[in-house]
Design a protein around this ligand. Sequence first.
Ligand SMILES: [Zn+2]
Length: 381
Amino acid sequence: MKNRFLKALLAVFLCLLLFDFASGAGRRLPADTLRVAFLTDQTRIHLKCSSSFTVYDTGSGRRTRFEPEVNFVITPVGEDIMIGDRKKAGRKIQISSRDSREFLRINGRRYRGSIIILNSEGTLTAVNEINIEDYLKGVLPMEISPRWPMESVKAQAIAARTYAVNNLGKYGSRGYDLTADIYSQVYAGMEVEDPRSNRAVNETRGKVIVYKGNLARSYFHSCCGGHTEDIQKVWGSDIPYFKGVYCPFCSDSPRARWYLDLSPQDIEAHLSRHGIREIETIKLLSRTGSGRVDAMKISHAGGELEVTGHAFRMTVGPNILKSALFTIGISEGPYRFYGRGWGHGVGMCQWGARGQALEGKNFREILSYYMPGTEVRRWSY
Ligand SMILES: [Zn+2]
């Protein structure tokens, strides 16, 4: 009897173990907070809080309490930091509100979590140390419209969470994980939060994109123009779930089709560091599987330059030449570029995610469409 009971118990235990393995439950994310630098090279930072707050001087270990509603100006003094005109601290301080319902205001904008101020060689850097879920609330409205269908907003929340977790420590040598600009993900703090995007973050808490049981890489862009790109054609790496897929869902994007006029002089100015002068012809030599320009040749007075469409776009400026999915019309004056989409084209097409959500697809279907073979799992912090 006792033996049977033990066997049953063992069976239940094994089932739980297998379930645990199959669902990925129990997998943990490496951290629940991250540090995002949102101001750099500052000579003055304004600080205010509606509750009293504490300044922790990480060098001396001293904590000082400040009263609410006073507007403090923080400035660098040599290698140290000055708070107001009397309180001097070392080169790194951490500021925390003493009331969890009141938030620190830096230059008039509210931030959740705490604020680290660093003196980096004579100028100040402001870093927000923040829970990853709260961070995402200040990221989502900068990436897509919170008014989009909820499943596409959730897909973006999961893609952005996966990106953030993948990039912890990216700028570790500088004292933070991520920047708040396009070199990481654009983050703008509490001021941009929206109830719908906050809901998408809350309802996908801890959910990340997984490939074969491991955290997947995460890339996305505004509009693919009809077909997403193989990552190998953009960054040279070979990742099986970024091979490019057909996407008929993003035609509502205002950048689904565009044209751009660039004079030879404009192009020469952008490419001057490559020795380009007096352009004679621009020829498109080949295209990638997605239709983007793979190789192009610029003949000019000083010789010839062969570049990829992606490199050409990055040199001209990614916000000027919206994508590498273009053709060039023959014209007498400026070159007219006819193009489709906006962005590098790798991973999830944001306008395509919106289009799929409008057709009734859920966030799992959307993400696995753009990243075949991946799945969404909830990992705990
Ligand atoms: Zn698309």
